[in-house]
Design a binder for this molecule. Structure first.
Ligand code: F6R
Length: 242
């Protein structure tokens, strides 16, 4: 059963999520962490940076894998997830650069790159704690609602809903890449622990379908119901339809 934490507000959500990551690193200094991007985890990353500066956390042995990246955006593109992760976390804490893994949207052979990404996750013993966000349509990573979902890391077409939602980061909808590399459903569900974050009213329906609907490829986040160790940290607004 998915364990749920409903926090008063976004600050509470960010603190709770950061404290769960901090306890993971404290208990296992060489933890393998799966990270996501987007607006929701920004507060969590900023709290982790704060804890690092206060000497409460050491990332020196941590290994990280990001969930996804836009196809076609180079790591120095301001809207790439490489850029996001460095701006919000990696430039401010001591994760060794060689321990940071983010899919490369400009890889020459994308298929090979995806296969190598899953192999690398397996080679370090799998992910201990995977952070997830949720799309308004119930996507996790960029696994979009569909008749079938991919198991492993792959290139996917973004849905209209996601292109629309993510256009807020670009000058116009036309600039949003149409494809992304994403860890697949099996890549995600193999993590030993999952922590999904959700904030705001716009996520309330997706959260209700994730927790109380049927497990369905039309709501990829509903697969969390099948995981033995999944939690959702949300604010009151995201929980408002439960
Ligand atoms: C990003 C990712 C996406 C986002 C989701 C929610 O790495 O995996 O699934 O988590 O689109 O994004 P925000 O937090 O911006 O609403």
């Amino acid at each position: 059963m998915v364990k749920v934490y409903v926090m008063d507000n976004y600050e509470g959500l960010s603190n709770k999520a950061a404290s769960i990551i901090a306890s993971q690193i404290t208990l296992k200094e060489n933890s393998v962490l799966g990270f996501s991007t987007g607006s929701t985890p920004e507060g969590m990353y900023s709290r982790l940076v704060q804890m690092y500066r206060q000497g409460l956390l050491d990332f020196n042995k941590v290994v990280t894998f990001n969930l996804d990246e836009y196809v076609g955006l180079s790591p120095d593109h301001p809207q790439s997830y490489h850029y996001f992760m460095h701006q919000h976390l990696f430039n401010h804490v001591n994760v060794p650069p060689e321990n940071i893994n983010i899919p490369l949207g400009t890889a020459e052979n994308l298929e090979e790159h995806c296969r190598a990404y899953d192999k690398k996750i397996a080679a370090v013993g799998g992910i201990d704690l995977q952070v997830l966000g949720i799309g308004v349509n119930g996507h996790i990573g960029f696994n979009e609602p569909d008749r079938c979902l991919s198991a492993w890391t792959c290139v996917v077409d973004l849905s209209e809903a996601t292109i629309k939602a993510n256009s807020r980061f670009f000058n116009s909808e036309d600039e949003v890449p149409r494809q992304a590399i994403t860890m697949g459903m099996a890549s995600i569900l193999h993590a030993r622990r999952l922590m999904l974050l959700a904030s705001g009213k716009s996520k309330a329906r997706a959260i209700r379908e994730t927790l109380s609907g049927k497990v369905s490829t039309q709501v990829p986040a509903s697969f969390l119901q099948l995981h033995p160790n999944a939690i959702i940290v949300m604010d009151k607004e995201a929980a408002s339809l439960l």
